[in-house]
Unconditional design. Structure first.
Length: 82
């Protein structure tokens, strides 16, 4: 099976957990949902966290199929405000 190279960029608490960036080789046809489950799978409960994804500065749905060279930004849920 052919693989493609992508890069993940993490924000907020996810950056503390995974670092700022992570390069991965994934099979063609991989969705961001599947990618997130694989990355977060080692941490109990983390894969169920309702994260948001963006590619080329546009939010994408979890069913988005990654392409070679994509940079996927991963945002955790945010809270706060007054």
């Amino acid at each position: 099976m052919k693989t493609i190279a992508i890069e993940l960029v993490f924000f907020a608490a996810l950056r503390e957990r995974f670092g700022a960036r992570m390069r991965r080789d994934v099979p063609r046809g991989t969705t961001v949902r599947r990618l997130w489950r694989e990355v977060a799978g080692a941490s109990p409960g983390l894969s169920r966290l309702p994260v948001r994804f963006a590619v080329r500065e546009e939010y994408v749905e979890p069913r988005y199929v990654v392409r070679a060279g994509d940079e996927i930004a991963v945002f955790p849920p945010v809270s706060g405000g007054a």
